[in-house]
Write a protein that binds this ligand. Structure first.
Ligand SMILES: [Zn+2]
Length: 206
């Protein structure tokens, strides 16, 4: 089971961890703790590198599998031994761009829901670039410019962003979260990480 350091500190760029298991065929390793985000909520997984006993392995992909986070390593060096001490370093420039893009997309969907009641039906995310699909009765250029101006106004207000980890029952009592389909949360999940961006609240799952 990997401790998810990114859940409690989104600004952690480097960390020490122990190699818990090695998957030779997949060229992947599991660490006891990690700051590498495995992707989710439309945000792609982190990249970076891992240094183990002097060898620098590029981290090419990160994936969540059950309670483990798999780090897929590039290069040709033999994989490290189980129990080795390692140091992870995130590609922070890319990750920070993704964090900003992710937050911006939530400002967009929060604004569109508040002002037009339209829900998100799809989307895509890259560093500093994103797409969101909404269901509108009629779409016109004028409406797009109106939304753009409102969203820019919300951004200019520099609203506070609060991250909380709440027990499931408490999170269920936030009406805005129910709107974002919290009822789809699997039953086993007892804690919910919520992100509040001034007007809209979102959640992510452990
Ligand atoms: Zn999100």
């Amino acid at each position: 089971m990997t401790e998810l350091l990114y859940q409690t500190d989104s600004y952690l760029t480097e960390f020490d961890a122990k190699v818990d298991s090695v998957l030779q065929e997949q060229r992947a390793i599991v660490l006891d703790r990690t700051a590498f985000y495995p992707g989710g909520g439309g945000q792609p997984s982190d990249l970076g590198f891992l240094t183990v006993t002097g060898v620098i392995y590029p981290v090419e992909k990160v994936k969540k599998q059950g309670d483990d986070i798999l780090h897929f390593l590039g290069g040709n060096e033999p994989l490290p031994a189980v129990g080795s001490a390692s140091r992870g370093t995130l590609d922070w420039v890319r990750r920070y761009k993704l964090m900003r893009t992710h937050t911006a997309l939530h400002v967009l969907c929060g604004t569109v829901f508040r002002d037009y009641g339209a829900l998100v039906t799809g989307g895509d995310m890259d560093p500093l670039k994103g797409r969101m699909d909404f269901e509108f009765e009629r779409m016109r250029g004028e409406l797009v410019r109106e939304i753009e101006a409102t969203v820019n106004n919300e951004v200019a207000m520099a609203r506070e962003i609060r991250v909380k980890i709440l027990p499931r029952e408490q999170a269920f009592q936030i009406p805005d979260l129910i709107r974002t389909k919290i009822n789809l949360l699997p039953e086993g999940i007892m804690q919910v990480r919520t992100v509040e961006i001034g007007l809209c609240k979102v959640f992510s799952v452990n």
